[in-house]
Design a protein around this ligand. Structure first.
Ligand code: NAD
Length: 491
């Protein structure tokens, strides 16, 4: 047993776990905390509690305004506790403290946004084409939500699910990733302190096969909100074949960043570096494919190489650190294998491609740039989820667009140009859920987010997200006092 012990939060109580596992600090490789491994029985208890809360008790009878106030209070608590949560996320995932602090402080705004929306999501009065009928449409909570998140940015990825789900009146069982669950299990204390009724929000962690599968396939679950990789997404779709839960999927990416010769190249270089090396590349929107106009390619690569080689790599808890370790040892092994294969198949290493000096025991990997030469190399095709940028040149705008869309993914993209018409044409032509023009990695609770193709189904964020957690009920009222006539004629 390690010094820090975390517990699942089920039916308003922090539950002792029958089974546990160790969580490893990726900057040292040492176990630092004991985590609960939710069993099938724990999952059943959580889903049953969520189902009870949906049907009976204080949550079921709460007004939308009251739910909104709870969400705003939760947002305030997240902000007040951002430093503590950030330290936990950095400890458990290796993500640098600068980034976890800034991101978690912003997570509060997601809860406030959906708190504000809770009583503004209106139904409808239908001007029905029958004189003796009144029809209203009520948006009702869809039911128990199973929310499943991956290890990176767990508080953020949970907020885009919990916020609209709770605003809509659903109840939730949230499964933290088995990698780096500490910040979400600590966040459960804030849910409790905010005053959410027992069973309305349940937070647990455990492994995909026992806990995730049981949860997403549970007969009482009506809605699954998943973020993770495409192969897990396919398993989840299979899990939901029995309960027919309405499912949204936020998956991976191989996002292109297109740099035209007419761009502000220094600014573009900073954005490209941040787009791929922030969070050590473990970001679904990582700009991992650089497409650069051939006439400026060499100069641009020189600039990127200089910037990549001066990134400060080190202890993720040190505010001066710019890049930390990868979250898991298996993540580094996978990246090493794909980089080696890509170099063997003709890719040219511009920088990196190895473990950095120092930090021997942690899961570090140097910022890496590969001049790919061919769009068929594995480093161009596969999502590495690490600090590896693959570079391809292009000569014309049409070729840039073809290369940008040469992927089964379609999550994010960036375009750098000072030509307004070109920016609009590229924005129209790129198959991705997000196009950033002369910027990269901007997000907001007000803006929908999601992918095309293998990057997912559905959108999170923005006004429509709350609609995705409701289903409409049409209520027909006959107003006539006359007896119902001939029953065999449809009206
Ligand atoms: P993953 O798919 O391996 O795991 C995600 C979650 O699914 C974990 O909680 C895991 O325990 C659970 N899981 C695993 N098997 C399951 C099963 N059979 N049934 C139910 N749940 C199961 O993903 P990961 O490796 O932890 O995270 C990286 C992936 O997440 C990358 O592909 C990344 O691009 C993606 N991601 C996407 C977004 C987005 O918003 N589009 C954001 C962040 C990360």
């Amino acid at each position: 047993m390690t010094a820090a012990v975390f517990r699942n939060y089920i039916d308003g109580r922090f539950a002792e776990a029958a089974a546990t596992f160790d969580s490893v600090d990726p900057s040292t490789g040492a176990a630092w905390a004991t985590m609960p491994a939710a069993t099938a029985a724990d999952v059943d208890r959580a889903v049953e509690a969520a189902h009870r809360a949906l049907r009976t008790g204080p949550w079921a009878s709460m007004t939308a305004t009251a739910r909104g106030k709870l969400l705003v209070r939760l947002g305030d608590l997240v902000v007040a506790n951002a430093d503590r949560l950030a330290e936990l996320e950095t400890r458990d995932t290796g993500k640098i403290i600068r980034e976890t602090r800034a991101q978690i402080a912003y997570v509060g705004d997601y809860y406030r946004y959906y708190g504000g929306l809770a009583d503004k999501h209106e139904g409808a009065y239908v001007p029905i084409d029958k004189a003796d009928m009144e029809v209203t449409v009520r948006p009702e909570p869809i039911g128990v939500v199973a929310a499943v998140v991956p290890w990176n940015s767990q508080l953020f990825l949970s907020a885009v699910k919990l916020g609209p789900a709770l605003a809509a009146g659903c109840t939730v069982v949230l499964k933290a990733s088995e990698d780096g669950p500490a910040p979400l299990l600590a966040f459960a204390e804030l849910v409790h302190d905010a005053g959410f009724p027992a069973g309305s929000v349940n937070i647990l962690t455990g492994f995909g096969q026992d806990c995730g599968r049981r949860l997403t396939g549970h007969p009482l679950v009506a809605r699954v909100a998943f973020t993770g990789g495409p192969s897990t997404a396919r398993e989840i779709v299979r899990n939901t074949a029995e309960n027919l839960a309405y499912t949204t999927l936020e998956l991976g990416g191989k996002s292109p960043v297109v740099v035209f010769a007419d761009a502000d190249l220094d600014s573009a270089a900073n954005a490209v570096v941040a787009g791929i090396f922030a969070a050590s590349g473990q970001s679904c929107v990582a700009g991992s494919r650089l497409l650069v106009e051939r006439s400026v390619k060499e100069a641009f690569l020189d600039s990127l190489k200089r910037k990549a080689e001066t990134i400060t790599i080190g202890d993720p808890q040190d505010p001066a650190t710019e890049m930390g370790p990868l979250a898991t040892v298996r993540q580094r092994e996978r990246i090493e294998a794909i980089v080696a294969e890509s170099l063997a198949k003709g890719g040219k290493l511009v920088t990196g491609g190895k473990r950095p000096d120092g930090g021997a025991s942690g899961f570090y990997y140097a910022p890496t740039i590969i001049d790919a030469g061919s769009p068929d190399l594995p480093c161009v095709r596969e999502e590495l989820f690490g600090p590896v940028l693959s570079v391809l040149p292009f000569d014309t705008e049409a070729e840039a667009l073809t290369l940008a869309n040469d992927t089964p993914f379609g999550l994010a993209s960036g375009v750098f140009t000072t030509n307004l018409g070109k920016a609009h044409r590229m924005a129209r032509g790129i198959h991705a859920g997000v196009v950033w023009i002369n910027t990269y990695r901007a997000v907001s609770p007000l803006v929908p987010f999601g992918g095309y193709g293998l990057s997912g189904l559905g959108r999170e964020g923005g006004l429509d997200a709350i609609r995705d957690y409701t289903r409409s009920k049409s209520v027909w009222i006959r107003t006539s006092d006359e007896p119902i006539p001939d029953p065999f004629v449809m009206r």
